[in-house]
Structures are given as C-alpha cells and as structure tokens.
Design a protein around this ligand. Structure first.
Ligand code: GBH
Length: 465
C-alpha cells in the first residue's frame, strides 16, 4: 500500500534538551554541584560569564513546557537527567527530591501523550567525581552504573527509552583534551582514558538498566563526525583517515566490533598505550544495544596541509587536538554558515545515516539531535520569523527522508532544541530553540519554525511554505 505521507507510518517526531542547558534552579532541593557549575563560575570559560542560572527555569516551569510540547504535536521528548540532582556527591546517598522532579516530569509527559526519552549523562558530572579523577578515572564508570540503576529503578515503569551517554567525544575531547568544555583540562592521555571509561560506563549502565526488570530499549546518542577530505590527494586522505579514527571509529569500533581500531591505536602510541583497557571491558561495551542515536550538525573537511589553500578558509591549525596535529587542517568550503559558524550541508546527514546503518548492523536509528543557531529577534508582531532555521530543518529532513527511502532504518527525529538554552561555552548567546525564550521574563514564543515543525509532526508531510 502506498503511503501518501513523506515519512513512514509511526515515524516519531520529537524535540530534545539537556538538564544543565534548560533547568536552572541549580541549588534547589538538594542538587549537588556539577563540573559545569564550576566551569561557568570560572572567569573566562563561558561567554559573558553566563552560568546555569536561570537557563529556562524549566525546573519550575516544566508543566508549561510540556503543554508547549503538546501544542507542537510532539510524539516524544528527549531530556536528560541531572546526575547531581539524584546523587549529589556522585556516589552514595540518593536525593529523593531530585528523583521526584523527574517523576513529575515523566508523569506530565505521559498525561500529554508525549513519550519520554531519557538520557542519563549529558555532561553534568557531579563535581566530587571530577575531584576524584573524573572520566579519566575508571571508578567514574562504576559510579555511573550505580546512578543509572537508581534512575532506571525509579522511572523504568514509565520510561522505556533510554540513552546512556550523550556525545562521548565531546565529554572526552572538549572536556579533557582541548579544555573548551568542563572540566577544562588539557591532557591528551587523560582524554583517551576518558573515552574508554565513558564507553565502559555506557556498557555498565546498559546492564544496569536491563537488570531492573522493566521493559527497556537502550542506546546512546553519538555525534558521529562527517569527515571529508578537502582535496583528492594522499595527504588529505591521510588526514581524513586519522580524523575519522579519533572522532568516530574510536567510539563505533568498540561499540559495534568490540575492539579499538588498530590504525588509531598506532597513531596514538606516543600518547597512550591503552593500558586502561581491562579484560572483559570490550565485551561489556559491545553488548548489543537496541538503537543508535545520531546527532548531526555539520560536515568537516580536512586537508593534510594548509599549503595552497586560501588562509581565510583554514581553521584549527596548531590547536591542541588529537585529530588536528600539524598534519590536519580544517578547511571551510565557503558554504553558508549558522550563528555557530558551522557550514550548512544536509548531504552530511544522509551520509552519516547510511554509514551508521551499515556499521550498527541493522538496529533502529534515531536522529537524536539536529538543528541550528541563528540570531533571532522578536518582531513587532510578537512573532519570531526565522526562515533560515526552517530551511535548515527542511533541508536536513529531506536528506533524512532520502536515507529512509534508500533503506536506512531511521525511526524518528528529535529537533535540537525545544527551547533556546545555555549553549555551553557560548552561554545564552546562541539560540537553537524552535521556541524562543526571553531570559528576563521567561516568556516562551513559538518561532515560525516551531509552527512549521508542529504541522510536519501532525501530518508527517512537509508543509507548503
Ligand atoms: C551538541 O553538541 C550537544 O549535544 C548539545 O548539548 C548542544 O547544545 C548542541 O550540540 C549544539 O552545539 O566546531 O566546526 O569543527 C554538538 C557539538 C558540534 C562538536 C559540531 C563538534 C564540529 C563542528 N559538536 N562540532 S566544528
């Protein structure tokens, strides 16, 4: 039977957020401190000195926000649980008031007919665990599994879709290698140990969730980079191979093949001997998952040298960066960019879905994040007209649709983000929401893109613009 819609029957339409980016209320009800509280309180780390307060004050306004989701016809909502609200010291005592918040949130989602999709770790590590060594320390993976069990025990009767970790590359490399994210360390060996312990934490948490006896589908949200060689020469191909190794295969090979890629281990021999890998770890990490979440924003082009390339197009040269040694430069293709400076190229989403459909062996895929920042203004008519954002979404969703038609088992899509929010090192200066937030009044205004997306979610057809 032919389907009159653009997307398959049952395709899931959602939007995503993360705890630290939206909740605010960072000292409410016994919440402990996270590495992002510390980082944001450190002068010079976050633009304009912005912190996790007030964010969207979602902690107090969740009911209003769930009503908004309903207005947007969302079938699912991806949020993250703040570890420091649940176990303020990172290990030990459980804070019931923290669990109660997610309890209320989940109940109101279900009441509104919106499926809850919960991520257990979206970067807000309890500060005491960082003080004890952070992700480079193996112990953090065990503490993460304990926390996962607590949350899954409490919510697993109502939450059936779980993501363990969000974008482990960002946690490991932005957090511990180049220091652009919390905890702001600059230590390549530590970043590699963090990589392994995040993966181990994923595997142990997956076991923990499944041990609760509740029905659960478990996956993770992975930001696979789309790395393309700038030119058709051997040096650019080598740079692309290396970058693909430390951005992608260092995560996907352990997950789907149960081994670290040999070329990457060799590339990194001067930095680490990988002795943090213990017997049984790779079996834990590669235990089959039920779905893979894919976060995609922009492709990256790399060259083996900056020679002969317009200097205005070259970036990342000389950065402390595993992938970007002296023989890896990032080259802009001169395409239109978002307010993040990221080039807009929906073909990257098609490519990444095709590739991961192959590598993950046929499990369901979800786009767990895709979206863009633009400089929005509230017009005199009270609306936010954001045609560039709508075009970004439409372009990427057309690419996703092509991938589905080519056989990719893509089952759903989450827009990043439901609300404008705390964009990490960029603070409140970058707006990713399909809903505008006034940080003075906390007023929400559905942007034009939000209205467009609501219509798409209702009909599974591209609205006529
Ligand atoms: C995600 O990170 C996060 O999960 C989410 O919390 C965040 O708000 C959202 O995206 C928007 O940033 O720097 O030109 O080389 C995405 C982080 C974005 C990191 C793309 C790598 C590579 C492009 N990634 N970036 S570039």
């Amino acid at each position: 039977m032919s389907n009159p819609n653009d997307f398959p029957e049952g395709f899931l339409w959602g939007a995503a957020t993360a705890s630290f980016q939206i909740e605010g209320a960072t000292t409410a009800d016994g919440r402990g401190r996270s590495i992002w509280d510390t980082f944001a309180d450190t002068p010079g780390k976050v633009l304009n000195g912005d912190t996790g307060d007030p964010a969207d004050d979602h902690y107090h306004r969740y009911a209003e926000d769930v009503a908004l989701m309903r207005r947007l016809n969302l079938g699912a909502y991806r949020f993250s649980v703040a570890w420091p609200r649940i176990i303020p010291e990172g290990s030990g005592a459980v804070n019931q008031a923290g669990l109660d918040f997610y309890d209320r949130l989940v109940d109101s989602l279900l009441e509104a007919g919106v499926q809850p999709w919960a991520t257990l770790y979206h970067w807000d590590l309890p500060q005491p665990l960082e003080d004890a060594g952070g992700w480079p320390a193996r112990d953090t993976a065990y503490r993460f599994a304990e926390y996962a069990k607590v949350v899954a025990d409490a919510l697993g009767d109502r939450v059936t879709n779980w993501m363990t970790i969000n974008e482990p590359w960002c946690s490991a490399f932005l957090g511990y290698e180049n220091g652009h994210h919390a905890p702001g360390r600059r230590d390549a060996a530590a970043a590699l140990a963090a990589t392994h312990h995040l993966l181990l934490g994923h595997g142990l948490a997956t076991e923990a969730i499944r041990s609760t006896g509740h029905t659960a589908t478990v996956g993770l949200a992975h930001n696979q980079a789309v790395i393309r060689p700038h030119g058709a020469n051997a040096a650019d191909a080598r740079a692309a191979r290396r970058a693909d190794g430390v951005r992608n295969r260092i995560f996907t090979d352990p997950l789907f093949k149960g081994a670290y890629p040999a070329d990457v281990v060799e590339d990194l021999a001067d930095i680490s001997d990988f002795s943090f890998v213990q017997e049984g770890d790779l079996a834990t990490i590669s235990a089959p998952i039920d779905f893979l979440g894919v976060n995609y924003y922009s492709p990256e082009f790399v060259a083996g040298s900056a020679k002969g390339i317009d200097p205005a197009l070259v970036s990342g040269e000389g950065e402390a960066w595993l992938g970007a040694g002296p023989e890896e430069v990032h080259v802009s293709q001169g395409l239109p960019v978002t307010h993040m400076g990221w080039e807009i190229d929906p073909t990257g989403l098609y490519d990444v879905l095709q590739r991961l459909a192959g590598e993950s062996g046929g499990i369901d895929l979800y786009v767990t994040e895709n979206g863009c920042a633009f400089e929005d203004t509230v017009s005199e008519d009270g609306a936010v007209h954001d045609p560039d954002r709508t075009s970004y979404y439409e372009g990427h969703l057309r690419a996703a649709k092509e991938a589905i038609h080519a056989g990719v088992p893509l089952r759903g899509y989450f827009a990043w983000s439901l609300l404008d929010n705390f964009e990490w090192a960029w603070g409140y200066s970058r707006r990713f929401g399909i809903v505008h937030v006034n940080y003075e009044t906390q007023e929400r205004i559905v942007k034009d893109t939000g209205h467009w997306y609501a219509e798409l979610a209702r009909t599974s057809r591209f609205p006529v613009r």
